[in-house]
Write a protein that binds this ligand. Structure first.
Ligand code: NAD
Length: 413
């Protein structure tokens, strides 16, 4: 082993040409962040980053300007890697003595980049999805604007008429009766925007090409003949721009009804991207991540319609582990996999964009070393109970990362 380590230390580090936008975060994931950099990246890569501390302390100090700056930097450079961050609530206001209840950084970044979030599970042979025919991961893309999440509602307490009215600035006037209430009931009005749907479509087709996976999209346009149909129409229009590339890669764009999609997804082998409207995506992403095993093994990529990328883990800052770590100063067994994959994803993308083959290879080897470690049964506590056909040996995060390092060195030697 000593020889392998020596060899690595004398090997030239991989050079980067464009900085990666690095967004640091909070709690246990902030601790893991530093460990991952120190042990798995810095010894091998001459890391170039533009660093933004999105930890809650700094966000409060800068009145959240740092989040906006980090998002703008992502627009400028094209690739970012983000650590999980606290979204403040009342408890956090008190804990961190905040000036304001700052908005979710992910929400701020997503709206500045106008992006779509793609969540994909990291799968290994010893953890079987609940759906036994799922051989490959399923990626969920959720449209994160409008519909029921930006709806307005009325509780009708008495009989009366509910109407939907549109008064256009240039004269369009439409009025339809929603319902003639004979008694009490409920009413809801929601909307979406062609611009937002179009951005969603561009991000989905771009990500499908990037990952060389087919794209499924589902709505309920047989019932919702204007609203949901508009989603289908826009996707069809936008697809024209990507059709040739899809054919070249041998992937397909497939539209179907949401109920048919659910049935097909359950019977499928996996290995595709499923684009969902806001509510469907909310529900289905939880179903898919639970069925694949663990939130700690879920990656997340934000893709803007003009091809900017932000990589992160789908989970939060793992507060419970952090409090324990602060209490007894003992390293916890927190799973760093999704955070490592955020780094490998971002480095790979940077390498692809800048034509640095060594960086792309490094990202592949880093992921490979993670799989080597898990396939030998070495894992964090959360995975030990899920593994089958192998005797798991659960270790703390620091040991787990060191085990990955050993295997990474072997692969790169
Ligand atoms: N993308 C983000 O930045 C993001 C996402 C979700 C939550 N958060 C923030 O994270 C904080 C904690 O939120 P939460 O507890 O709801 O979510 P969480 O994802 O941190 O934890 C949820 C549960 O999953 C387990 N878990 C998650 N990741 C794990 C890992 N890597 N290893 C082992 N176990 C893991 C935890 O033990 C916990 O029981 C909150 O302040 C919240 O605002 C941030």
């Amino acid at each position: 082993m000593a020889a392998a380590i020596h060899k690595i230390y004398t090997m030239a580090k991989i050079k980067m040409t464009t900085p990666l936008v690095e967004m640091d975060g909070d709690e246990m994931t902030r601790i893991l962040w530093q460990m991952i950099k120190d042990d798995l990246i810095l010894p091998f890569v001459d890391l170039k980053t533009e660093y933004y501390d999105l930890g809650l302390v700094k966000r409060d100090e800068t009145r959240d300007q740092i989040t906006v700056d980090a998002a703008e930097a992502t627009k400028k450079y094209g690739v970012a890697v983000k650590c999980a961050t606290i979204t403040p609530n009342l408890k956090r206001m008190d804990e961190y003595k905040l000036h304001e209840m700052w908005k979710s950084p992910n929400g701020t970044i997503r709206s500045i980049l106008d992006g779509t979030v793609f969540r994909t599970p990291i799968t290994i042979p010893s953890i079987h999805p609940v759906v036994k025919n799922w051989d490959e991961p399923i990626t969920i893309a959720r449209h994160a604007y409008g519909d029921v999440y930006k709806s307005v509602e009325i509780r009708a307490n008495e009989p009366g008429v509910a109407k939907l009215v549109f008064d256009g600035e240039n004269g369009q006037h439409e009025e339809v009766v929603i319902h003639n209430f004979k008694g009490a009931g409920v009413i809801q009005g929601m909307h979406n925007l062609d611009k937002s749907i179009r951005s969603f479509a561009h991000s989905c087709f771009k990500f499908a090409i990037d990952t060389k996976k087919s794209l499924w999209f589902s709505t309920k346009d047989t019932i919702s003949k204007k609203y949901d149909a508009q989603f289908r129409i826009i996707f069809e229009e936008v697809f024209e721009e990507y059709k040739a590339k899809f054919e070249e890669l041998g992937i397909e764009y497939f539209y179907t009804l949401i109920d048919d999609a659910v049935a097909r997804v359950i019977r499928s082998k996996g290995g595709f991207i499923w684009a969902c409207k806001n509510y469907d995506g909310d529900v289905m992403s939880d179903m898919v991540s639970t069925a694949f095993g663990s939130l700690a093994m879920m990656t997340s990529v934000l893709v803007s319609p003009d091809g900017k990328y932000e990589f992160e883990a789908a989970h939060g800052t793992v507060t419970r582990h952090y409090y324990k770590y602060m209490e007894d100063h003992q390293m916890t067994s927190t799973n760093p996999m999704a955070t490592i994959f955020a780094w490998s994803g971002a480095l790979r993308k940077r390498g692809e964009m800048d034509g640095i083959k060594e960086l792309v290879n490094f990202a592949d080897q880093l992921e490979g070393a993670c799989f080597d470690t898990l396939n030998e049964g070495i894992c964090t506590k959360d995975l030990a109970g899920l593994m089958e056909g192998i005797t798991p040996k659960s270790v703390n995060s620091d040991v787990f990362i060191k085990e990955i390092r050993t295997r990474l060195e072997k692969r790169l030697a």
